[in-house]
Design a protein around this ligand. Structure first.
Ligand SMILES: CC(C)(COP(=O)(O)OP(=O)(O)OC[C@H]1O[C@@H](n2cnc3c(N)ncnc32)[C@H](O)[C@@H]1OP(=O)(O)O)[C@@H](O)C(=O)NCCC(=O)NCCS
Length: 372
């Protein structure tokens, strides 16, 4: 193990990005060429326009640790919340356990907090993040069903029209972005995403990850698009298909799952569905499909409490009459009005928690195509 001095800086140019990718691929994708692997999977993060958001530590002229930051905007029922997605955290093996990733993360959090970014969405749950105040927030219903149950599900949904599932060929996938993105925009809780961004995402992530077979399926009824499903299978679990993102009418998406599983020739399919939806509850119960409540992928760290409450103020005000004992002043000037200040964790669970005591604002899913 080396115990060297290091300095933390931010990437500035394509040369810096290439050096970081070389280090990152060696850790995460050891078999990939430097220009492949992480560069292709996360093109927005490693775009030269995002270079200044790649923070790294350097010793003896070489990068030894990094933290990737990608600023995004989350839309929650119409309110826009700036967030910093954080991923590609890595330290080269010779320098691990010396607190280097911890000090880069602290520098990143300070920087983002000064920029008034309310939240960091961190890809990962490890102790490293939790020790720095990151917590799991939000839940979803994860359903894993075998082919025969999905076939029955399709049968229950007959009468909605003849659903056609079209698999997009890899060369034409990006061209589907403009006709499919309106279904993503309809989601009440999502990330801000342009058509150009969607085009790039359809050529990134597991679509280009070695050992993964990820595909895009467009759904249509009577020739009109009604939604889409992005699903993948990993070589390690060839019997199971997992849905990474879906959008559009839920009954029609559910009706499309059996044909999609059939196209993969796999046995079971896993999909994330809303945690609380009475229609879905009764449908799944009738079919004997058991879902389980799981936490949304990753952890969340408050960066700037005031900016968080300000961004969500319209939603907090609207719900305040029904959600007890929550107001902006309580958090923003708690020391002045004699109240005890809430910790970051308490604020997150008061805002996004779903008990009667909480404001109950839904938290976006981070496992979809925006996964950093
Ligand atoms: C995870 C990873 C980024 C950690 O990097 P690191 O520079 O070793 O991180 P740190 O030294 O700051 O912290 C590592 C551990 O040492 C502890 N530590 C912190 N400061 C320390 C210090 N001065 N001395 C000794 N240990 C320290 C931390 O609490 C942390 O504990 P944890 O393992 O329970 O989380 C690195 O091991 C790695 O690249 N792993 C492979 C890729 C990966 O899994 N990335 C994360 C994806 S979520």
């Amino acid at each position: 193990m080396h115990q060297s001095a290091y300095r933390i800086s931010r990437a500035q140019n394509p040369h810096d990005i290439a050096r970081l990718l070389k280090m990152l691929n060696a850790v995460y994708r050891p078999r990939a060429m430097p220009s492949q692997g992480m560069a292709l999977e996360f093109p927005h993060l490693f775009d030269v326009r995002n270079a200044h958001n790649l923070f790294f530590a350097e010793a003896d002229g070489n990068p030894i640790s990094m933290v990737g930051v990608y600023p995004q905007k989350v839309i929650i029922q119409g309110a826009e919340l700036p967030v910093a997605s954080i991923g590609c955290v890595c330290t080269t093996p010779d320098y691990e356990n010396q607190g280097i990733a911890t000090s880069i993360l602290n520098a990143v959090f300070d920087n983002l907090s000064r920029q008034q970014i309310p939240l960091a969405l961190i890809s990962g749950e490890r102790g490293l993040y939790q020790r720095l105040g990151a917590v799991a927030i939000g839940s979803l219903r994860q359903v894993t069903a075998p082919a025969d149950l999905l076939r029955n599900l399709g049968g229950h949904l007959q009468g909605l029209g003849t659903l056609i599932v079209t698999e997009a060929s890899p060369s034409q996938r990006a061209e589907w972005a403009s006709s499919l993105i309106p279904f993503y925009w309809e989601k009440s809780t999502r990330f801000r995403r342009s058509t150009a961004h969607m085009k790039t995402l359809l050529q990134a992530l597991w679509f280009v990850r070695e050992g993964y077979d990820q595909r895009l399926f467009a759904l249509s009824v009577e020739g009109r698009p009604v939604g889409y499903v992005v699903a993948y299978r990993s070589n390690r679990h060839p019997d199971q298909v997992a849905v990474m993102e879906w959008a559009g009418s839920l009954p029609l998406v559910l009706g499309g799952l059996f044909p999609i599983l059939d196209l993969f020739h796999s046995e079971t399919l896993m999909i994330n569905l809303p945690a609380a939806d009475p229609w879905l509850d009764s449908l799944l119960t009738a079919l004997g499909i058991l879902g389980r409540e799981v936490a949304v992928q990753g952890t969340v760290r408050v960066l700037n409490k005031e900016a968080l409450v300000t961004a969500l103020d319209p939603l907090i005000q609207e719900r305040h009459q029904n959600a007890i004992a929550f107001n902006q002043a309580f958090i923003m000037s708690s020391s002045k009005n004699g109240h005890q200040e809430l910790s970051s964790q308490e604020i997150l669970s008061r805002i996004f928690g779903q008990t009667a005591e909480d404001v109950g604002i839904p938290f976006p899913w981070t496992d979809d195509l925006n996964y950093i």
